[in-house]
Design a protein around this ligand. Structure first.
Ligand code: PAF
Length: 282
């Protein structure tokens, strides 16, 4: 496994592989890898002969006052895990490599409307940071395939929209969320939870599952289901942001004709902001 930090070194490896006719899959990450990330690497391996994993804690996707400084950085452990997962190349750029003209002068990519909703309401500018850095990574790596997790549901919808809108020549693969035995979605931010908070954290997914069951049982009073879910989370000690039921394909408001829905939730437990989602086929 190679580890590179400059655009030039990255390009050298990529051009060798391309000359040999090999396809390239990219797994963009912010490091602090866990089983969820490793499942992305595994999926990447199934889609291409070469797997590149990027590790970059992207400052522009952290809103003012968020956990940019505290975000766990565990580069050596990440590299060991990626080596075991059979990664070909790890790209660990610094801020100057990713924003060569400086963050304030960087060309920015915005997917409007979709990003003003759900998490975008609570994290202003977050998705602009994500789409900008992902576009830059796509430009540097020029992957045939890029792999993202279902856990960041809105993120993957936004990225798919961006790719379609800009006709970017990359296939987007989405991988199901990896969960702990009690249902909690794996996330780097779970380590902010105290012991008591960790015990309550699976309630988020359990509440989304209850909403899913009600919908499958025929309930279509979505607003009432959302309010009940928020009340249950508040009762379990969460500081809630949203629970919303949306069309799974584009996060638009559902109606009685909707086929595939997604129930999305976001809530805080102490210092940890937890997000999760559940797809409901009806
Ligand atoms: O999902 C993440 O970890 C990040 O948002 C991503 C896609 C690596 C962009 O920084």
């Amino acid at each position: 496994m190679e580890i590179v930090s400059t655009a030039e070194a990255l390009r050298e490896h990529l051009s060798d592989w391309r000359q040999d006719g090999e396809h390239i899959a990219l797994v963009p990450t912010m490091g602090n890898l866990h089983e969820g990330h490793l499942s992305l690497v595994k999926a990447a391996r199934e889609h291409a002969e070469r797997v590149v994993v990027s590790i970059f804690v992207n400052p522009t996707q952290f809103a003012e006052g968020e956990d940019l400084e505290e975000y766990p950085r565990t580069l050596e452990r990440d590299q060991r895990q990626l080596n075991r997962a059979n990664t070909d190349l790890v790209f660990v750029p610094d801020v100057d490599t990713m924003y060569p003209f400086g963050i304030d002068n960087a060309t920015s990519v915005t997917v409007p409307t979709l990003t003003d909703d759900l998490c975008g309401t609570f994290r202003p500018g977050h998705f602009d940071g994500v789409t900008t850095i992902v576009t830059r990574l796509f430009g540097l790596v020029q992957p045939d395939v890029a792999v993202f997790g279902q856990k960041d549901y809105q993120q993957q919808v936004v990225i798919r929209r961006m790719v379609a809108d800009l006709s970017l020549p990359v296939e987007i693969v989405i991988v199901p969320t990896v969960r702990e035995d009690d249902g909690l979605a794996r996330s780097s931010r779970n380590q902010y939870l105290s012991e008591d908070e960790r015990a309550s954290a699976p309630v988020l997914y359990a509440v989304l599952e209850e909403v899913g069951k009600e919908i499958r049982d025929g309930r279509r009073d979505f607003a009432a289901l959302e309010s009940t879910a928020l009340a249950k989370l508040a009762e379990a000690g969460f500081e809630t942001e949203y629970v919303n039921i949306r069309n799974a394909s584009d996060l638009s408001e559902p109606d009685r004709e909707s086929g595939e829905l997604v129930v999305l939730g976001s809530a805080w437990l102490g210092k940890a902001r937890l997000i999760d989602n559940l797809i409901v086929e009806i």
